[in-house]
Design a protein around this ligand. Structure first.
Ligand SMILES: Nc1ccn([C@@H]2O[C@H](COP(=O)(O)O)[C@@H](O)[C@H]2O)c(=O)n1
Ligand SMILES: C[C@@]1(CO)OP(=O)(O)OP(=O)(O)OC[C@H]1O
Length: 173
């Protein structure tokens, strides 16, 4: 690769990232998803509050910026993160991105769950996360799908989430 092509790659002002996470269920009475408490007859098995959507979102942001993954930044062996509210992890990841001169362009998040029904909770999730990240709600889409009763999500053993993000440089003209 020529010197010119190499340096023009370095100056690309946007990057994409993808995140994926899964948490299994245990007996309980609520789930935290997208920073919102959802009454349910199960809870997440996790070191933190188990917010699978926020974890996928953090991984997408870290991936886009080339900054590793959530487990490297917040190890599940560290008692500091036991039961932690995952919105605090997202706030930390966002601050890290901003310190590396990135802002979030847009994000598209997907919850993969047979139950509970997410549609009534999605507006609250979008507002909560957009407020935390100082983003327009319109740039933070959240959607849900079942897997038509197939696989571990379809059997009601847990929930998965995926996230795709675009991040934009803040230090280019
Ligand atoms: N846990 C879920 C899953 C889905 N939805 C909504 O239902 C629509 C249909 O889902 P399919 O899996 O049949 O595609 C979907 O578009 C979601 O809006 C939901 O609210 N909660
Ligand atoms: C969020 C962290 C924080 O300790 O723990 P978990 O709640 O277990 O979640 P996971 O997505 O399995 O891994 C990232 C962890 O480091």
């Amino acid at each position: 690769m020529s010197e010119q092509k190499s340096s023009s790659f370095q100056s690309v002002p946007w990057r994409v990232g993808h995140g994926f996470d899964v948490h299994a269920f245990k007996p309980g009475d609520h789930l935290m998803i997208g920073g919102v408490r959802i009454p349910f007859d199960q809870a997440f098995k996790a070191h933190s509050d188990g917010d699978v959507l926020i974890h996928a979102f953090c991984d997408a942001l870290l991936g886009a910026a080339g900054l590793g993954d959530i487990g490297q930044h917040f190890p599940d062996t560290d008692p500091a993160y036991l039961g932690i509210d995952s919105t605090r992890l997202l706030t930390h990841v966002h601050a890290l991105l901003m310190s590396h001169h990135w802002r979030i362009g847009n994000a598209d998040l997907t919850i993969i769950a047979q139950a509970p029904r997410m549609s009534t909770h999605i507006p609250a999730m979008r507002t909560r996360l957009a407020d935390l990240l100082q983003m327009e709600v319109g740039a933070l889409n959240i959607k849900a799908t079942t897997t038509e009763r197939l696989g571990f999500t379809g059997r009601g053993e847990g929930i998965a989430a995926e996230a795709v993000v675009l991040i934009v440089r803040t230090d280019t003209a």
